[in-house]
Design a binder for this molecule. Sequence first.
Ligand code: PLP
Length: 931
Amino acid sequence: MAPLNDPKIQTIIGGHDLPTPEPESPFRPRQPYRFSTLCATVENPSQKDQYGSSSVPIYQTSTFKGVGGEYDYSRSGNPTRSHLEHHIAKISSAEHAFAVSSGMAALDTILRMLKPGDEVIAGDDLYGGTNRLLGYLKTHGGVTVHHVDTTKPSSLIEFIKPGKTAMVLLESPTNPLLKVVDIATISASVKERAPDAIVVVDNTMMSPYLQRPLEHGADIVYDSATKYLSGHHDLMAGVITCNREDIAKQMGFVINATGNALTPFDCFLLLRGIKTLAIRMDRQQSTAMRVATMLDHLGFKVHYPGLPNHPDRDVHERIADGPGAVLSFTTGDKAMSERIVGATRLWGISVSFGCVNSLISMPCVMSHASIDAATRAARGLPEDLIRLCVGIEDPVDLLDDLERALLEAGAITLTAGADEHQRYVRATLPREGHAISRAVEKLAFNDAAGLGYMTERCKEDREWFVSAPGKVILFGEHAVVHGVTAIAASVDLRCYGLTTPRHDGKLSVHFVDIENLKHEWILDDLPWDAVTPVPVGSLHPESLDGRLVDAITTRALPPSILSHPKAKQASIAFLYMYMILAHDGRRPSFNFTTRSTLPIGAGLGSSASFSVCVATALLLLYQRISAPPQPAPNREGQSGDPGHIHVSHQGRRALTPQTAEEVNQWAFVSEKILHGNPSGVDNAVAVFGGALAYTKAGFGKKSGMDPIQGFKSLRFLLTNTRVPRDTKSLVAAVGVKKEQEPEVVNGLLNAIQSISDEARRALADPELPRDALLKALSALIDENHAHLVALGVSHASLEAIRSTTASSPYNLSTKLTGAGGGGCAVTLVPDQISESTLRDLVTALSAENFDPYLTSVGGSGLGILSPYNQPQTGVQPPTAPATPPETPGDEQALTSHSDDNTPALLHDPFAQQTISDLPTWADSLGRWLYV
Ligand code: PLP
């Protein structure tokens, strides 16, 4: 065999250069190569590989040595990318091609041609991300965007203005409704009326194999190469093609300037994917045709340009070489669609398309969830729409899997005269013929009737003010781990949460007591693709959705939050709850501010009261719970509202048990995020208030939480030692002690059980005089503390507090509460103690560097400020709630007045109150509704 460096062989290799052939001989003219040949043949005559490698090498390098060479720095150019771009240009009938980091990066590069004052005409059924970017340009770039129905070329005419219209942005067929746009007619019409306007086409749904818009008058074409071009869902990429030199220069400039070019490794992968584009597409398209035909025969409304009933099939056939491999259909019932999607096995549930694997999705809850429900309805995007993206699997398996899913979901039934070809028919729906689900119909109706304000908006346009108490363990801490009953009670140091509407598509938080965290998110940028919403009326699954937690952590939290563990956990909990509770396309835009009069991290249930505030605020905003109706007028015709009644179980308990239960369940979800494995005691106390007896499961008992009812709240002094505790190691130490000295420790545990039992009986005894109750509790406090000392969980600072409070003239009983080893102490405050003595005690404890809080224990749980008697300003619609619309964008702006001169009434005073004035100010606002 001749060596490879033999000059003869070299000539042969050179001769096999395989350039795209031109007709080369008048006698036996060569045909230009067909598309699949072009795809598979990656050749760039001007970029020969020195070793003749069959596959383009990956030049994984950022810089190149030397001066004046073709390449110097990979942001500006890289040989692997050049090969790819050459190949893309070749298969796209284009002079120039560029490869960037995603489809959106491609659009971003193109949109940077626009200047403030420019106008863009765009379709009204575009990919959601395209809408989002255009929306950003509108608000930040001074660009005007007109969304029109591009399926009707005439609808563009009134918006085409010479000198103003800078760009026309088209997508055909659209995703997911497969609407067809006459690219050729529109391009001609634009060129005629505004010659400088640039026609841009998003060609992702077709790929260059099926449609090459540059051949039909477009100036720029881009593809999300993440889809068909790559074909394997293993990379993100975008490509831009054009024929105009001036445009190419601008694209090259922006890519170099912004640094969004595709990396060498991804260029390699994309190049490899493109080689099989045609063969994949052929298979995917032919199966898609079979799937569309089957669904059409079964009687579903199918959107697919390959079907004879597609309204613009002829237009599509003029411009494209095939109908593609994406189709969609409706079932008439959103729940049924969900069942179908859930019942398929071979069809993966996923956003995106263009992969060799078949995918199924519901756009309204997945890829298009970033468009609000009302807009979706207005654009005729049915909530029950299912999108199918057909892959290369065997068509028989795909059809069989889909048929089974339809059957399992009750969408089709067996026909009586079952024959080979038509074994099934579409099942009759009770609401047969309703292509748009009820929820969307309602929204569409309300919008049509101009009632949007009364539905979606008015619910968002009030401020919700909520609060929830912390908790103390009165008796039984530590022993509870070993099966002894613990008595937990609410403490009237509270967390307060306030939602203030904003109308700029953002969500913001200000957690005053958690690193004073302030942050805002663009709603559409949240990782909605990772959320599995929990429908109204359903319970959250037992375990947290790890995918959503991960997505929030990695995609929604900036390093400034990630570096603060408490801020991070609180943000994850808030966003998780915000996203998982979302339903029917609602995504309220608002600010949520929390403040707490509780010390944070002192074992007083601060996180549970925060969780309860988050859950309540979100449940209210999502209308999963509601405030009770305004009381009817009384016999004298006056308001039946008795006015404000202070925190006490004697007061009116206006919130229903169902509301409380709903909040409690969701607060528990937030607690899981904050604590991993909470007992549920803290959030139950924060919701229900009062006191409860808690017994842990195991030890021959079922876990139980029994409310202790009927006692009036008691005054306590809570003193924070400011010594941080380590609950886990303290609990572990007691466990070890129990193993080493079982008799001693079991004796202590039994004694503590008797204390809990006695306290429970005393608290619940309506006959027991208050004096006697206080005496009994006082004795139990001392006894319980002594046992805790014997268990080894006290601390010098706790003993110091005990000795001060026990000294004359106070003579009060104190015990540690919670884990001990620092943390807080509770001191029972008898009714008859004088205010001046108390003040002295507080001063004495403060002088010892402790933080004393005078509070009540056993008071009300969750509270919601009644929406009916909040302060009001401005003109209200007749039945609208108190605090009305249009709060400007950022948090600073919350202080200012909006368009209609209506301030966010509660926000600023709430943020500005001193912590000691906060409870009184909150109480002064109106009637609080308690559980
Ligand atoms: N255009 C269309 C039609 C798309 O479907 C997508 C993505 O789904 C894009 C553009 C954006 O592409 P990428 O996700 O690669 O940024």
